[in-house]
Design a protein around this ligand. Structure first.
Ligand SMILES: [Zn+2]
Length: 347
């Protein structure tokens, strides 16, 4: 067992981080779409930085990093759509400038940096100035133009989605049968966590079918687009039920704790923030999956000659890709889907 076992399928990224852990510099930037594995890689790297054995996966340090309770591994994730001046000044800066408590280093993991467009200069200063004992591990879905300078001060590693074959293989090793492993891997968009959620999700096939059928339903009218978008959104809503159940149970557990111990130290704020983040990520992943299905439908139509002409298909696929990319900026979901579907050709 080693801490790197928690980052399956990313041999290249793991090799680079193992090397980096032996002689770390002040900042690393892990770039990859949500769920591709950048978070797991950041956690394993943080453990390797504070573990005396370079990330054994078994000592008290490693175990606490995995449980998110190590005093020298601090995590910060934005709650709202953007990162504010106050958040940088009052939350990130104090994290960065504190000294390690138990280990030789303090690791600060910053999530979702692509939402820090306006605070980038202030963050740049923070990342460049802290004590030599601080190592930043920064996560971003993409490098937006405002972040190019920050990125240039970090060692950058790309964490791409896992290939479908790799996800299918990992699932099969867990005992999932080959056909199901393949279906789920395709719908997982290279995200192993999402693959595990989908394994327990009987409505996955229906959601895939609903997106696949969209081009057949389009007739160029706004009324049809509105009806299609409404239906897709309520399917996405329903798909969030299992996640909501887990969250409700976690909240009930917290209420029990508060009843006995009081509100102080309950971690309510963190839990609520985590739930919001999970819900947002879930929706974004469902939309990305739907858009990928839609894109596959058009490419399929091009092959079997049932669809619009090649030029129309290329334009359709490009606008679907652009919509998928725009999701990282937290747009209005309804407006985004309406605008996209009004411009798509029928099949
Ligand atoms: Zn260890």
């Amino acid at each position: 067992m080693s801490i790197w076992d928690t980052v399956p399928g990313h041999a290249e990224v793991v090799a680079q981080l193992q090397g980096a852990a032996r002689q770390p510099v002040h900042a690393y930037l892990l770039v990859g779409p949500p769920g591709a594995g950048a978070r797991a890689a950041a956690t394993a790297f943080a453990a390797a930085l504070v573990c005396e054995h370079g990330g054994c996966g078994e000592c008290r340090d490693c175990v606490r990093v995995l449980a998110d309770s190590h005093p020298d591994v601090l995590r910060w994730e934005p709650e709202g759509a953007a990162i504010s001046v106050e958040q940088v000044r009052d939350e990130i800066v104090p994290m960065a400038f504190g000294s390690p408590v138990e280990s030789a280093r303090r690791v600060v993991i910053l999530g979702d940096l692509h939402r820090a467009d306006r605070q980038a200069p202030m963050l740049l200063k923070t990342i460049e100035e802290p004590p030599a004992t601080t190592v930043f591990v920064i996560l971003a879905d993409i490098v937006i133009p405002e972040l190019v300078t920050i990125a240039s001060r970090c060692v950058r590693l790309d964490v791409p989605p896992l290939p479908v074959d790799v996800v299918a293989d990992l699932l099969q090793r867990e005992g999932v049968d080959a056909t199901k492993a393949r279906d789920v891997a395709t719908a997982s968009l290279g995200d192993l966590d999402r693959a595990h959620v989908l394994l327990a999700d009987p409505a996955l096939g229906q959601r895939r079918e609903a997106w696949w059928m969209v081009p057949q339903r389009l007739d160029g009218t706004g009324a049809t687009v509105a009806a299609v978008v409404d239906e897709l959104r309520s399917r996405i809503e329903a798909a969030a039920e299992p996640l909501k159940e887990v969250q409700t149970a976690e909240l009930a557990e917290l209420e029990r704790w508060v009843k006995e111990n009081g509100e102080r130290g309950s971690g309510r704020r963190d839990l609520v923030a985590k739930h919001r983040r999970q819900a947002r990520r879930h929706r974004a992943e469902e939309l990305r999956f739907g858009l990928a299905t839609l894109s596959a439908r058009y490419r399929d139509a091009l092959h079997d000659g049932t669809g619009p002409g090649a030029g129309d298909v290329i334009r359709a696929v490009a606008s679907i890709d652009a919509a998928s990319e725009a999701l990282t900026r937290n747009p209005s979901e309804t407006l985004l889907l309406h605008a996209l579907m009004l411009g798509l050709p029928a099949v």
